[in-house]
Ligand binder design. Sequence first.
Ligand code: GLA
Length: 394
Amino acid sequence: MGWPTNPQTSKPTKPLVVDQNALRHTFERAFGRAPEIVAEAPGRVNLIGEHTDYNGGFVLPVGIDRTVAVAAAPAEGKRVRVYSADFDARDEWQVDAPRRTGRREWRDYVRGVAWALLDAGYELRGADVAIAGDVPLGAGLSSSAALEVAVGGALCGIGGVEVKMQRLALLCQKAENQFVGVQCGIMDQLAAACAREEHALLVDCRSLQVERVPLPDDVAIVVVDSKVQRALGETAYNERREDCVAAAWALGIKALRDASERDVGPLPEPLNRRTRHVISENRRVLEAVAALRSENLNRIGKLMYESHASLRDDFEVSTPELDLLVELALRTEGVIGARLTGAGFGGCTVNLVERKAAGRFEAGIIEPYRAETGLVAEMIVCRAVDGLRVSRLR
Ligand code: GLA
């Protein structure tokens, strides 16, 4: 028996990470009919390359087996009805007139993707849509990008609209920037759309060129959620972006991607340190890719710790809790490297770990972290999965 076919690419799609039967039942309970399409997109963890995407630089994310899945069926007329299983809440709007709620909530991400597709000239049809996911919210694993890309895949799938993955990622980013009002870069949406099983993705965020980098078999990617919630909408992320724009402007370059070491000295505080981070982080991404290709794990580990120090000292987006998790990882045998991942200001660390060492996390990291902070960190051992998958159910 073959896999169902991806209506966007006509290629066979692999089975979904989410329980497809459960999602089907959710849809049937919400709308009293059967879904026709399921689209699923993963959250992401970034191995290295932080706060480089909006500077036109390099990132190295992995799509993880925590996903958002969207079941959908076309409806008569223009009405779109949406049910979110995670929030147990509904939404409804006319397909050609999505409006902001003004509350920056899950509905805005769904409506925003429709808005961006319409704005780009694509025609959408009325639909019933049910959403369920298991990407932790607010942990920095890009639940919002997974939601946007899965919704985009579903709306395109039932509307018969064909969009290339890169373009869909850009439209989802536009939805988040302009409709929801969060100034994220392109990394998360691109990872949710283009991730590849057992691979990391080297993304050149200027050209949007994507290269797959195989992950070594004997290494596990372990995410540790510090349980300090981060909010991307918060001013700190935008302030860092503004620092980077100001530094590039002062240097007379398009983006900090084009800066070099000798530019750092003359810049005022803190623009000099922000620039130094971006320059060194871009270099680390390329070095990490070379190290992954030659299976030089010690080198990758060292680069991850350096990345964390740079994010802590030069870019100033770490927290005492994230620093502690990285310090504990450094002392735990079998951990190859660790660093904060995502925007920072809370959220998660990413750890590269010898497979046999994942069992040491409880005693080496989780327990001492609880003793010092009173917080119960959660560890998630991740599998690298494919980006957006769309399958037709009948
Ligand atoms: C968030 C944003 C990304 C990227 C990271 C930092 O996840 O959504 O675009 O800027 O922060 O690397």
